[in-house]
Design a protein around this ligand. Structure first.
Ligand code: URA
Length: 228
C-alpha cells in the first residue's frame, strides 16, 4: 500500500493534507521518517506510527477488529441523541475511519462490544443463523427463583413480536443475578425477555460475545483483537 494511501486510510485527513504531512517530514514509521508518498508500506509491519511529533495508534489494515468494554451512558451510534457515541472513545484520527459496531448495546448496557470495518464479519456474527452466543450478566429488580430460568429457556413471547425467543442458558447466581445466554440480537432482547417472564432488568452487562470477553479491560478501554 502506498504511503499516501496508508496515511489517508489511518484518518489523517484529505489526500492534500496527508501529502503535506509526508512532504514536511511529519510521518515516522518504525522510527524512520518517511517522506516519499509513493513508498510501499506493509501495514502488518507497522509497529509504531508518529504523526507530527505525536505517537498515534496504527490501525491494522485493511481490516481491523476492536473489543471495547463499553461503559454506561454511551450510545452505540454514529449519531447519538442523548449520550456521547461509543466511537468518541477512540483517538481523534480513528474517528475519521469508517467503522461499525457489531450489533448494538443500549446506552445503559455495559460490557463487550465489537467494532470493525469488516462488513462481512459483522454480517456473519450478527446473523441469527450463525447462533453466536452472547452471555449477559443481568441484575434483576425482583428476587427470582429457578422458575424464571425455566421460563426463559422454554421461551417467551415478546410483546409486538409474535415470535417466541429462548435463552440457550439461564442460571441464577443469586436471587438478583441471572446469567443468561442468547443467540439472536433483537432490539432490547434481554430486557424484553426478562419483562415477559415477569421480572425487570436493573442493570445489564455483556460478559461475552462469541469467544470474546472483556479480558481485564476496564470500562471504556479497548484493544485490537485477532479474529482468526
Ligand atoms: N438486550 C438488551 O435488552 N439490551 C442490550 O443492550 C443488549 C441485549
Amino acid at each position: 500500500m502506498q504511503l499516501l494511501k496508508y496515511i489517508q486510510a489511518q484518518g489523517f485527513g484529505s489526500r492534500k493534507q496527508c501529502q503535506w504531512l509526508i512532504d514536511n517530514d511529519c510521518i515516522e514509521i518504525n522510527g524512520e521518517i518517511r517522506n516519499r508518498a509513493k513508498d510501499d508500506i506493509n501495514p502488518a509491519e507497522v509497529s509504531s506510527l508518529v504523526v507530527d511529533g505525536e505517537a498515534v495508534v496504527a490501525v491494522p489494515m485493511p481490516y481491523f477488529y476492536i473489543l471495547l468494554n463499553k461503559p454506561a451512558d454511551y450510545e452505540t451510534s454514529h449519531k447519538p441523541q442523548h449520550y456521547p457515541s461509543v466511537f468518541s472513545l477512540f483517538p481523534d484520527h480513528m474517528r475519521n475511519i469508517e467503522m461499525q459496531a457489531v450489533g448494538r448495546l443500549d446506552a445503559d448496557t455495559t460490557g463487550v462490544l465489537l467494532i470493525t470495518n469488516d462488513g462481512q464479519f459483522n454480517h456473519r456474527v450478527t446473523s441469527p443463523k450463525h447462533k453466536v452466543a452472547k452471555l449477559y450478566h443481568v441484575t434483576l429488580k425482583h428476587a427470582a427463583e429457578q422458575s424464571l430460568c425455566d421460563t426463559l429457556k422454554n421461551g417467551v413471547l415478546l410483546h409486538d413480536d409474535n415470535e417466541t425467543v429462548r435463552a440457550t442458558e439461564a442460571v441464577l447466581e443469586n436471587p438478583h443475578t441471572l446469567l443468561m445466554t442468547i443467540t439472536e440480537g433483537k432490539y432490547h432482547q434481554v430486557k424484553r425477555m426478562v419483562a415477559a417472564a415477569g421480572n425487570r432488568v436493573e442493570h445489564l452487562h455483556r460478559d461475552r460475545f462469541g469467544d470474546w470477553d472483556t479480558q481485564n479491560l476496564a470500562a471504556g478501554e479497548w484493544k485490537f483483537i485477532d479474529i482468526s
